[in-house]
Ligand binder design. Structure first.
Ligand code: NAG
Ligand code: NAG
Length: 531
């Protein structure tokens, strides 16, 4: 009997403690639930597009002549990759007269798995679009002769904050009664002041009606309309509808945090102090003799610049010295993984990428590259690499993407550039450059080097960075390439042989498949052309 009472007492005690614990941990603030689920097809977009004026049937009969030279510049329905045919096939023709070749990318997958890959890619692409598009990307057409005045762009609010909506007014014909409606989707509307003779309905709600018999009073009231964002998102946009009898208008309010700057203290004015501004980053694999030559050549000109080395050799050797950081990685992690690691450790404003078999000379003037980045809007500027033969390459590439349909987009890469940069006659604007470039560290870190690209890869970085990197190239800052000419009678060292095996796998190998597979799936291309 006593033990039963004891058990009951104990149970009650435990329950009380549990209830207290639950009450204590219960959130005191009420949170509203936000639906962040991705779902296909935002309704607003369709609604807005339905408002595009129907092509007037009277204008259909007006004759016109197509101007082929201009019309052909417009995007077609779906893109195609076409190579150039014919021509002589002689040694060096590709070097002297580069021809465009086309490459399908779906070949990275077996025929049996291709359909499944396409399906998965389409699903991922759809959610990418949902994440990356906002109401600010939707086409809005202002209708003719609308009495509504409203801001077409430039209205911005911080998440969950309030602003006055500038520029709202009604310019209507004389009437007995004036009325306007304003509606938002991601926020509420209110008035910061009440104007006499104006009736306000729905203040503090997403849909508000203002009415008055006096137009000047209504317009005065419209100057006090506020918008408060209520659904948190770090970067999106709201479509606000503004209407009066028989007329409707839409405008966009951008919602978002400002961009947080990342500034670097570049030191006192005067000459550029390369050691304070630049870190040299490289990746090495087995070639310690070449790496040492690089370090020695750098030290001749820049004795205190920091050199960051990522190393994925099987039996790493120690590389040490002042201003050297040597990071050892698991064996064979690969080319882009190493680049990523090296760049992630850079703390200076700029990072200079070099290959481990480059040699600095008196032509390797980093100050000049720093000057270009300091005085232009470029994020990255490439230099030139001189081969032992005396041939100097900048490897400038333009990259463009032509929209395709569900098969994916077409990627076009061509040698060349877009413009010469004013004030820097040796420099041009382009999209991709050689393995020798100076860049804003934070921009390179943002784009990143996809570590899945383990072997031959370079332009993939610029493809990933297209649209966020502003790229230039200067041919008057030159680094030398340690000899690469292979004479048939010269014997390769063991490490050179292993290096070649890893770095330059045959074209049909897994590495090429990985590369094409990434272009196909990750970047959603169907094919590429290049010269
Ligand atoms: C304003 O909205 C209400 C419904 O919320 C509607 O009845 C009224 O016709 C609208 N007024 C105008 C001028 O569009
Ligand atoms: C250049 O920068 C380095 C590293 O910040 C510093 O140690 C050195 O004193 C600077 N040199 C000059 C001339 O300012």
């Amino acid at each position: 009997m006593r033990s039963l009472r004891k058990t009951v007492l104990l149970a009650i005690l435990v329950s009380v403690v549990l209830v207290l614990a639950i009450l204590h941990s219960w959130p005191t603030r009420a949170y509203t639930t936000v639906d962040l689920w991705q779902r296909p097809g935002p309704g607003a977009e369709r609604h807005l597009e339905e408002r595009l004026p129907e092509p007037d049937h009277r204008s259909r009969d007006i004759p016109y002549r197509l101007r082929e030279s201009v019309a052909s510049l417009l995007a077609r329905n779906g893109c195609m990759c076409e190579g150039e045919r014919g021509g002589l096939k002689l040694p060096f023709t590709q070097l002297l007269f580069p021809r465009v070749s086309a490459h399908p990318l779906h070949t990275a997958f077996e025929a049996s798995e291709l359909e499944e890959m396409k399906r998965r890619r389409a699903k991922e692409y759809q959610s990418f679009q949902m994440r990356s598009q906002t109401a600010a990307d939707v086409l809005i057409v202002a209708e003719a002769n609308s009495p509504l005045q409203y801001p077409t762009q430039g209205v911005e609010v911080r998440p969950l904050k309030t602003i006055l909506i500038p520029g709202l007014a009604l310019q209507d014909l004389p009437k007995d009664h004036y009325s306007v409606n304003i509606s938002a989707k991601l926020g509420t509307l209110n008035v910061a002041a009440e104007v006499e003779g104006v009736k306000v309905k729905g203040d503090g709600e997403p849909h508000m009606t203002l009415s008055s018999s006096l137009l000047p009073n209504l317009n005065r009231q419209l100057q006090y309309i506020t918008y408060t964002n209520t659904l948190f998102h770090p970067s999106t946009a709201d479509t606000v509808q503004f209407e009066t009898e028989g007329h409707q208008a839409f405008f966009i309010i951008k919602i978002g945090h400002g961009v947080t700057p990342k500034l670097y203290n570049t030191g006192p004015k005067g000459e550029y102090n390369v050691s304070a501004l630049v870190t040299i980053a490289t990746k090495t694999f087995l070639r310690y003799d070449k790496l040492q030559d690089l370090i020695d050549s750098v030290r001749r000109y820049y004795p205190t610049v920091t050199i960051v080395i990522a190393d994925d050799s099987e039996n790493p050797k120690s590389v040490s010295g002042p201003y050297i950081e040597h990071y050892i990685m698991p064996f064979g992690k690969g080319w882009f993984a190493g680049r990523n690691l090296a760049v992630s450790q850079v703390t200076t404003k700029y990072v200079l990428w070099v290959d481990d078999d480059f040699i600095f000379t008196s032509n390797t003037k980093l100050e000049r590259l720093v000057d270009v980045l300091e005085r232009t809007t470029l994020d990255l500027v490439g230099g030139a690499v001189r081969e032992a033969t005396g041939y100097t390459a900048t490897y400038r590439q333009t990259i463009s993407i032509e929209p395709g349909e569900e098969n994916g987009d077409c990627l076009h890469m061509r040698r060349g550039f877009h413009h010469v940069i004013k004030g820097f006659p040796n420099c041009v604007v382009t999209d991709g450059v050689i393995n020798f470039f100076l860049a804003r560290t934070d921009k390179v870190q943002q784009v990143g080097f996809d570590p899945r690209l383990a072997r031959v890869a370079h332009l993939e970085f610029f493809i990933d960075g297209l649209g966020s990197l502003h790229v230039g190239s200067c041919d008057d800052v030159i680094v030398n390439h340690a000899t690469k000419i292979k004479f048939p009678w010269a014997s390769q060292s063991e490490s050179d042989k292993t290096y070649t095996k890893f770095r330059y796998p045959p074209a049909s190998s897994d590495a090429t498949h990985t590369k094409n597979g990434l272009l196909f799936f990750k970047n959603r291309f169907q094919c590429l052309t290049r010269n």
